[in-house]
Design a protein around this ligand. Structure first.
Ligand SMILES: NC(=O)c1ccc[n+]([C@@H]2O[C@H](COP(=O)([O-])OP(=O)(O)OC[C@H]3O[C@@H](n4cnc5c(N)ncnc54)[C@H](O)[C@@H]3O)[C@@H](O)[C@H]2O)c1
Length: 145
């Protein structure tokens, strides 16, 4: 895979670093992706929302960025394993994890929210299987942002 060539002036020191961003299709994850791309990082985008991720990747590719992406679910241990294994195999390392995947509960009231909904919100936003797995295997000293 070709690395990004960007104009000089970068100050985040991300040139050539492999950055894995979850929740990259929208919101904060997408915004971080765009900044990292401008800074020359080698990006791997992950999101559960296939349609939005495809749209984001298409738009970023129009700017001549060379990016890799995977449809995946950060709450699934098997899928997270797949993301890590594939990224390390293709890119050789994971230098940075930006774990932007997140959800809000659909039920407005605290006491009205069903246990399953709490469980889902926490498993996406807080339990972060991907962080635990990367912390355990320490792929080339991953920085967690
Ligand atoms: N936007 C804000 O101002 C703000 C402020 C504080 C906290 N937050 C929290 O930060 C998180 C991200 O916010 P955002 O505004 O970028 O949200 P967003 O909805 O715009 O983006 C979140 C992305 O995460 C993806 N996602 C959801 N579940 C996933 C899963 N299981 N696996 C993989 N991807 C999944 C979604 O498809 C979406 O693309 C949320 O938890 C939000 O509550 C946001």
């Amino acid at each position: 895979m070709e690395r990004q060539i960007i104009p000089s002036g970068s100050n985040l020191k991300l040139r050539g670093k492999v950055a894995l961003v979850t929740g990259a299709a929208k919101g904060i994850g997408r915004a971080v992706t765009e900044v990292f791309l401008e800074e020359g990082a080698v990006m791997v985008l992950v999101d559960i929302d296939k349609r939005s991720l495809n749209k984001t990747v298409m738009e970023l590719n129009q700017k001549s960025y060379d990016i890799d992406f995977m449809i995946s679910d950060v709450t699934s241990s098997e899928k997270v394993d797949e993301v890590i294994t594939r990224t390390v195999r293709k890119k050789g390392a994971i230098d940075i994890l930006f774990n932007g995947a997140g959800v809000l509960g659909e039920t407005p009231g605290f006491f009205e929210t069903a246990p399953e909904e709490w469980e889902h919100v926490f498993s996406v936003n807080a339990a972060s299987i991907i962080f635990k797995k990367l912390a355990c295997i320490c792929v080339k000293g991953v920085k967690v942002v």
